[in-house]
Write a protein that binds this ligand. Structure first.
Ligand code: NG1
Ligand code: MG
Length: 548
């Protein structure tokens, strides 16, 4: 199983680039970072850790409620050159960035007696026993580049160097370079955290102790320390992805990643996924309380309110996400093991069944589109909890700001989007089977089917989950006008990138159309244009190159 594989460690750059199936132009980035590291720190780096960004083809804002999504790694990545430093103090870090916008930072882990904040319910027990822990003082109020370096260090410190043990981490020098645009929904943040986690593991000689799945779990927890209560899609895609495939990632009852062969290169016409950056930068760390984290709270509170309607009993202090409430309602117990086609079919039926029930959450007397949602008081009343318990369970660990909570809309998005992921996956699997027959290319209808699912997904983001913005909606509209089979916002949203499915022979005309009609692209050409619109092929997940 993909998640149980070891973390790939290479000893030759040629092998890395060969396995990445990437253009040789990438080699210069690796060589540059080595050369510059030597200039700044006076010796060669011991390792380079690489972690790619990702594009989510379908299934957004459902990973944190434990439904499956379908991302693929992109070629753009983050590289961390790193090595043990000669600084005296144990565990201290000198972190530099090739981009002069990001000033060098030095930090050292400190011991702190308060428990580490953690949003994941399952970790509550762990929290209680963590009387003394490492602290790196991450600033969650403003976006700082080194926060992602620190986040990656946390898991390694707490896992391998608990304060109670005598072992201490080695001091480390780091030089970072990246080609994943920040704040664009391509998960530069997860790529940073994964590459950072890998660097601290490598320099402390702990790489062999984790599987890819365990690295995903560590990176996921690490990233939550930056202040966003995200799910695990980005870290899983960055770590486990394989060339030519998307990954169907499910989180319940455990992390599972299934490579899904994309049919787009076997159709007539062949097609590619094109990412287009809206150039609206969405600063998730700063906007979290009115955007991302608010969606997390709305869907969690929605799960409790729905459970009440479905007569699924919940303990007052538990906070199960929608996937768990659905499972309990359907009465199926999922055990460890590879999720089978049957499980996916069962889930699909269950989703259809529950969607009929979700209509009961629609606020009475308000026409669609004018819904005000529920006030805090109304939401608490609907939850059946008393005010104090509601605050404790749903609000004490996260900062959100809203006058109204859109429970009905968010729950509806989650179930419908999850259904679309299952349908997208099924269409790819059917196509993969069909491609084995001797008559060659797959019909264009495969592309239309995938495209339609992407379109309805965007419609839902825009109107129901409300994580789009006028510029992104406009970019999607122009993409459709330019002939895309489907187009949607990808990732967290509120700006960032769209992903469109486009016939390969029409990509140039497609890009020309976007440049001519999307105002922010006016006058862009050459390298600058390639940075904002590019066809992407699914790439490999994270790896480490050992240099000495
Ligand atoms: P991006 O857009 O890459 O920041 C975020 C979350 C994901 C997922 C998507 C929406 C982080 C690190 N990642 O991704 O877990 O919820 O939004 O589907 O916040
Ligand atoms: Mg991110």
């Amino acid at each position: 199983m993909a998640a149980e594989l070891p973390i790939p460690v290479y000893t030759s750059l040629t092998d890395v680039l060969g396995d990445l199936q990437t253009a040789s132009v990438q080699a210069s980035r690796w060589n540059d970072v080595v050369e510059e590291f030597e200039k700044r720190f006076g010796k060669k780096p011991a390792y380079i850790a690489r972690a790619p960004g990702r594009v989510n083809l379908i299934g957004d804002h459902i990973d944190y409620v434990l439904f499956g999504c379908l991302p693929a790694a992109v070629e753009q990545d983050i590289l961390f050159a790193c090595g043990p430093s000669s600084q005296a103090s144990a565990g201290s870090v000198a972190a530099h960035n090739l981009n002069p916008k990001f000033a060098p930072q030095n930090f050292t882990p400190m011991l702190k007696s308060a428990p580490i904040p953690s949003a994941t319910e399952q970790k509550e027990a762990e929290k209680a026993v963590n009387a003394e822990s490492w602290d790196l003082d991450i600033n969650t109020k403003e976006l700082r580049w080194e926060s992602y370096v620190k986040a990656g260090y946390y898991g390694v410190l707490n896992h391998f160097f608990p304060p109670s043990s005598n072992e201490r981490p080695v001091p480390i020098d780091i030089l970072v370079t990246g080609s994943v645009p920040a704040g664009s929904g391509l998960s530069s943040s997860a790529a940073m955290v994964v590459a950072s986690t890998l660097s601290f593991l490598a320099v402390n000689n702990k790489l062999g102790e984790l599987t890819k799945g365990q690295l995903v779990e560590m990176a996921m927890e690490n990233e939550q320390r930056v202040g966003v209560n995200s799910g695990g899609m980005d870290q899983a895609a960055s770590v486990i992805s394989m060339p030519s495939s998307a990954l169907y990632i499910t989180f319940f009852p455990f992390l599972h990643a299934e490579p899904i062969l994309l049919p787009v290169l076997r159709t007539n016409p062949r097609a590619v996924f094109v990412c287009a950056n809206s150039l609206v930068v969405s600063d998730k760390a700063v906007g979290a309380k009115t955007r991302y984290n608010l969606r997390v709270v709305e869907t969690l509170a929605g799960a409790r309110i729905l459970a009440r309607h479905l007569n699924v009993p919940l303990q007052p202090t538990e906070r199960p996400p929608l996937r768990i409430v659905l499972g309990r309602w359907l009465g199926y117990t999922e055990t460890k093991g590879q999720p089978s086609e049957l499980d996916t079919d069962k889930l699909k039926d269950g989703l259809k069944k529950v969607l009929a029930e979700v209509e009961k959450l629609r606020p009475a007397g308000r026409a669609d589109g004018e819904e005000l949602g529920l006030t805090m008081e109304e939401m608490i009343k609907e939850s059946g909890l008393d005010k104090k318990t509601f605050y404790e369970v749903y609000l004490s660990w996260v900062e959100v700001e809203a006058t109204h909570f859109q429970i009905y809309k968010r729950v509806k998005h989650v179930f419908e989007e999850s259904l679309r992921v299952i349908e997208f996956r099924a269409a790819c699997l059917r196509a993969a089977d069909a491609a084995q027959t001797p008559d060659g290319a797959l019909p264009e209808s495969v592309l239309r089917e995938l495209g339609d699912l992407m379109d309805t997904s965007h419609e839902s983001s825009s109107k129901t989950l409300e994580n789009s913005c006028p510029e992104v909606d406009e970019l999607v509209r122009i993409a459709k006008e330019a002939g895309a089979y489907g187009s949607r916002v990808t990732g967290a949203g509120w700006g960032g990138c769209t992903v469109s499915l486009v016939a390969e022979d029409k990509v140039d005309a497609f890009i020309e159309h976007l440049v001519a009609h999307y105002p922010a692209y006016k006058g862009l050409e050459g390298e600058a244009l390639k940075q904002v619109i590019f066809a992407t092929k699914p790439s490999s997940g994270a790896c480490v190159l050992k240099l000495e």
